[in-house]
Design a protein around this ligand. Structure first.
Ligand code: HEM
Length: 142
């Protein structure tokens, strides 16, 4: 295993761990009233300090490995799913940032709008990350 691939897989592990933890935290606070929700700042801090840097490392190492990557259909599909996951997660993080801004301004309507937008994009994130993991794992062991 090359150092680039090791960093790629480690970064994806950290990224996926953040997403799984955030899903649990988000679902755990859905029934709380607007004022009692700590998820807005918690989720934005996780994104800012852990998830977005991990996505950055996963993407940069992926791009650096592209030049030597074999022309394989499974790997190509994996890379498409991976790039989709990066794009959707960046959009999801933008909605998380906007939701946090609404929370600190006490703008409940804005908070609800970005909360719904985040949940919808979040489904796409989970599906594309899962697809990339399954295809990447299959490519790795086959
Ligand atoms: C959630 C996102 C991603 C997951 C789960 C993922 C998973 C993996 C896995 C498991 C491998 C090891 C396969 C192997 O080399 O045997 C791998 C390798 C690789 N990935 Fe990703 N990846 C993701 C995102 C990306 C992105 C965004 C890119 C490109 C921009 C990318 C490009 C590559 C390349 C070029 C390799 C090396 C293939 C080779 O030479 O063998 N990956 N990835």
């Amino acid at each position: 295993m090359t150092l680039l691939l090791f960093i790629h897989l480690l970064a994806i592990g950290i990224w996926t761990g953040c997403v799984a933890t955030e899903v649990v935290c988000e679902l755990g606070q859905k029934t709380l009233s607007f004022k009692d929700r700590t998820i807005a700042s918690l989720h934005w801090n996780i994104d800012k300090f852990v998830e977005l840097p991990a996505i950055g490392f996963a993407f940069i190492t992926g791009v650096l490995m592209l030049q030597h990557a074999p022309n394989d259909p499974v790997l190509t599909l994996k890379i498409i799913a991976g790039i989709t996951a990066v794009c959707l997660n960046l959009l999801a993080s933008f909605f998380i940032y906007k939701r946090y801004q609404c929370f600190i301004k006490n703008d409940e309507a804005g908070y609800v709008k970005y909360d719904i937008l985040h949940d919808r994009v979040g489904v796409g994130c989970v599906l594309s990350i899962t697809t990339a993991i399954v295809l990447g794992g299959y490519y790795l062991v086959s």
